[in-house]
Design a protein around this ligand. Structure first.
Ligand SMILES: [Zn+2]
Ligand SMILES: [Zn+2]
Length: 268
């Protein structure tokens, strides 16, 4: 397989993933990856969204666990230390402190919520105005892109998990966001969890193939990630992505170490 990394995996610490961490590494080895990384959901202050993320006092435990795996599997698998942050306006300094405290290899940035109190999800099926939801979402995504907090932009068109894919109404916001990603030198994730999310109208990755094509034509490097919440998810549906990328030219893939991106050509 040409795709040799999977950087988006969770652990039971986030309360909605399962399986021992070793099993994720074993799965990555069995599927022929050369590097993999955990990116647990980052804590937030004052109990925000606490039911789907590790607690602040579990950060040491999480980091030590991933570093232990790195040692245990040395020579068999490069285990990288990542984290998935939520962008919430006004909480940037809280996140910055956590990012400064540990030796992260990369930071994945997400917009799961539209408000700072985490009461309005960015893929809320009951949202009354989907077009308004998309426009709020892309404004926040652009703020995340410009925040300097993250290296990789997660599941770019996440609001399609409402069951409503983006339309022509979103085209400008999508292009603007991609251009900003390019100018900030960030990486776009191709997230294969879309194939597992039954709410989507059709099985496809985040973002959809049109957006991936636009990102490639802008020269934006990519990371293909599974967003695994159980060991069997690791590397899932990477074959579909590989087949698609083979039809493109100029595809750049990013690998990460110590928050530095190392780019390579997909065909190399
Ligand atoms: Zn999760
Ligand atoms: Zn996410």
């Amino acid at each position: 397989m040409i795709l040799r990394t999977d950087y988006h995996m969770h652990t039971p610490l986030c309360k909605h993933a399962e399986g021992p961490t070793n099993a994720y590494v074993e799965e990555a080895i069995a599927k022929g990856f050369s590097a993999m990384g955990f990116s647990e959901h980052c804590p937030l202050p004052d109990g925000r969204s606490a039911h789907v993320r590790m607690d602040e006092d579990q950060l040491d435990l999480y980091v030590n666990e991933v570093l232990r795996l790195r040692d245990d599997y040395f020579g068999k698998m490069d285990v990288r230390l990542g984290i998935e942050i939520d962008f919430l306006e006004g909480l940037e300094s809280y996140i910055e402190k956590i990012l400064a405290k540990y030796p992260w290899d990369y930071v994945i940035g997400s917009v799961h919520y539209l408000d700072n109190a985490c009461t309005r999800g960015s893929w809320d099926k009951n949202a009354k105005d989907i077009r308004a939801l998309y426009s709020e979402y892309f404004l926040l995504l652009q703020k995340l892109v410009c925040s300097g907090l993250c290296d990789i932009i997660a599941h770019f068109d996440l609001p399609k998990r409402t069951g409503f894919p983006p339309t022509d109404a979103e085209r400008d916001a999508i292009s603007e966001t991609l251009r900003e990603i390019r100018s900030q030198n960030l990486v776009v994730e191709i997230n294969t969890s879309g194939y597992r999310h039954v709410e989507l109208r059709k099985p496809e990755p985040y973002p959809n193939f049109d957006v991936i094509s636009e990102a490639i034509s802008l020269g934006i490097p990519l990371c293909v990630n599974s967003d695994a919440h159980k060991p069997g998810d690791v590397g899932a549906n990477f074959g579909e992505i590989e087949r698609f990328l083979r039809t493109k030219t100029g595809v750049k893939l990013a690998e990460f170490e110590q928050r530095t991106a190392i780019l390579r050509d997909f065909t190399a």
